[in-house]
Ligand binder design. Structure first.
Ligand SMILES: [Zn+2]
Length: 76
């Protein structure tokens, strides 16, 4: 019997010190006063230079200016 693998936290419950290379650092829930982070695997692309955000959170973090302007103008 080998030692059990270190248990990975569920996505959205990673502590900052548990985030590694190419893991999403989008802040999620507060657990007992501590911020928890997404932790989903990420892919490095031109738009995601450091692989800091997963596919779900990249568009949240980097909303194109045109979209922001449209939202401010009251559009959908
Ligand atoms: Zn994420």
């Amino acid at each position: 019997m080998s030692a059990p693998a270190q248990r990975q936290p569920d996505f959205g419950t990673y502590r900052l010190d548990q985030l590694g290379f190419c893991q999403c650092r989008y802040p999620g829930a507060l657990v007992r006063g501590e911020h928890r982070f997404c932790g989903r695997p990420t892919v490095m692309t031109d738009a995601n230079k450091y692989g800091s955000w997963c596919d779900e959170h990249l568009p949240v973090v980097f909303t194109p200016r045109a979209v922001v302007a449209r939202r401010k103008a009251g559009g959908a």
